[in-house]
Ligand binder design. Structure first.
Ligand SMILES: Nc1nc2c(c(=O)[nH]1)N(C=O)[C@@H](CNc1ccc(C(=O)N[C@@H](CCC(=O)O)C(=O)O)cc1)CN2
Ligand SMILES: Nc1nc2c(ncn2[C@@H]2O[C@H](COP(=O)(O)OP(=O)(O)OP(=O)(O)O)[C@@H](O)[C@H]2O)c(=O)[nH]1
Ligand SMILES: [Mg+2]
Length: 456
């Protein structure tokens, strides 16, 4: 895919390293021939792809910094264009001065993701790989990072391409058969069209399953701790986090504002949210806290509903809270303070309606039964580790995979009407093409790349 603008690209520049102070900072420049740009900056022309130690000079010839200049002539660069890297000292002021000098030499400030966008438009990366660049930078666990780097190296894209190839083969076969209607059925039977379709379906299903696991790795789950004041929500957060993050006292109404702490279990990020205990109150601050609790509940993937095993009566009757909790959100009842009630840690399936709900008996203070909570969260997450096979998918990829699968399934149901059969195969192929960027609208590209950081 060749963008007309990519043939005579304007020169873009940005600070590529993170804001703040660091040992080294990098300003990256990309565009059409940059040799003159380099000699205006350094007073001499660097050899291609050779580190050159040099002063970086302002218009008057005074040194702004001294550092390493790298020139990657097109097309052998990250973007596929001429690229210059100014590797200087990593202070915010000196980086700004180097960037300003580049703008003075004719570059303009790069938009977020514009380097990677150019790499995509110049065919250096496909869309799934470009997205994995951002996912790698944003990965919040090592497992997510490993998965992103596998996509970056093209593993996900290759798998999609192989399925597309199989679809194309089958389409060619069916379309050839369309010209000989009287032989249709026998022809398809001899070509084993249906088993081949089934093979494609099974492969899509496997990719979708591993992509769902990856989506989990990428964004994690929101787990909200809910209950009356003093039942031990903050104590449980501290146990799960492994450190004293939330204030714990025996005063009901200690937690006022929702507190969010990300932990990981087997590489899955879990955003644990401790909230203000729910009760009727005249205290203005506490009431606002309770409103926030309800807002967090709306965003929950999992609700951990805490109750106090030792409490005979509570300020709010449990029913009034439970009745307001959203249906259709996973919920675990956590019976806390078993040490006071003389109960043992354990996992029980609640006999009461709604049936099958899980009840965990723990002591957040003593740390007993916390492993049960972790195991239950992992079970709810639906995590069945595929290890190296997990695909760090985005919602966009899941959507395309589901669409492709749906088309393949309707093709299977259309085997008597060959034209419809062929059409469904074509639509499946088109859906898969959206993943790698073969069929992607410009406005979607805008959305994808604008979420990158500047300099990427
Ligand atoms: N200094 C520096 N480090 C960096 C980057 C960078 O741009 N600069 N990267 C930026 O994201 C990542 C590495 N990605 C890169 C991808 C391709 C090429 C490149 O020059 N490709 C050429 C030549 C390939 C080759 O020699 O084998 C090409 O594809 O033609 C460079 C960096 C991470 N580290
Ligand atoms: N014996 C015992 N005490 C506990 C247990 N869990 C919490 N507590 C105590 O119960 C009191 C309240 O605990 P918190 O964790 O602050 O309760 P909370 O639900 O966050 O309370 P609010 O923030 O007021 O809504 C503290 O004194 C804790 O030490 C437990 O398992 N056993
Ligand atoms: Mg609390």
């Amino acid at each position: 895919m060749q963008n007309p603008a990519a043939r005579t690209p304007d020169v873009i520049a940005a600070i590529a390293t993170a804001p703040g102070r660091g040992g080294i900072g990098v300003v990256r420049v990309s565009g059409a021939s940059l040799s003159e740009f380099a000699s205006a900056l350094c007073g001499r022309t660097p050899q291609p792809r050779r580190a050159m130690f040099s002063a970086f000079r302002d218009a008057a010839g005074a040194a702004i910094d001294e550092g390493i200049l790298l020139h990657f002539p097109a097309p052998a660069s990250f973007t596929g264009e001429d690229v210059l890297e100014l590797q200087g000292h990593g202070g915010p002021v000196v980086m700004q001065m180097l960037l300003a000098r580049c703008l003075e030499l004719g570059a303009r400030l790069a938009e977020p993701g514009e380097f990677t966008r150019r790499a995509f438009l110049n065919g250096k990366l496909d869309l799934a790989q470009a997205e994995s660049v951002a996912d790698l930078i944003e990965a919040s666990t090592a497992a997510a990072a490993r998965s992103a780097v596998r996509s970056l190296s093209g593993r996900f894209s290759e798998e999609i391409h192989r399925i597309v190839d199989a679809l194309v083969d089958l389409r060619m076969l069916v379309e050839a058969t369309l010209d000989f209607p009287e032989e249709e059925i026998e022809f398809l039977e001899r070509a084993r069209a249906m088993p081949r379709l089934e093979d494609i379906r099974a492969r899509l299903e496997s990719v979708l399953d591993r992509a769902r696991q990856g989506a989990l790795l990428r964004s994690g789950l929101n787990v909200v701790l809910v209950g009356e004041p003093n039942v031990g929500k903050s104590s449980l957060l501290n146990q799960l986090a492994g450190e004293d993050r939330a204030i714990v006292t025996d005063i009901a109404g200690t937690t006022r504002d929702a507190l969010r702490e990300t932990i990981q279990i087997e590489g899955i990020p879990l955003h644990i949210i401790d909230t203000a205990g729910l009760r009727e109150t005249a205290d203005t601050v506490e009431r606002i806290g309770i409103e926030r609790t309800w807002r967090e509940i709306e965003r929950a993937d999992v609700i951990l509903r805490l109750v106090d095993a030792s409490a005979a009566v509570t300020d709010t009757t449990p029913e009034s809270i439970d009745a307001r909790l959203p249906q259709g959100v996973e919920r675990i009842t956590v019976v806390n303070k078993i040490d006071l009630a003389g109960l043992a840690a354990g996992r029980i399936e609640e006999p009461v309606e709604p049936s099958g709900r899980i009840c965990l008996q723990v002591s957040a203070k003593r740390g007993t039964g916390i492993d049960l909570v972790r195991a239950e969260l992992l079970r709810i997450a639906g995590w069945h580790a595929h290890g190296e096979d997990v695909i760090l998918a985005r919602e966009r990829h899941l959507h395309a995979l589901r669409a492709a699968l749906a088309h393949v399934e309707s093709a299977a149901a259309q085997s008597a009407a060959l034209e419809l059969f062929a059409e469904e195969l074509r639509l499946a192929q088109e859906s898969l093409g959206e993943i790698t960027g073969e069929f992607t609208a410009d406005d979607l590209l805008g959305v994808i790349f604008s979420r990158f950081c500047i300099g990427k």
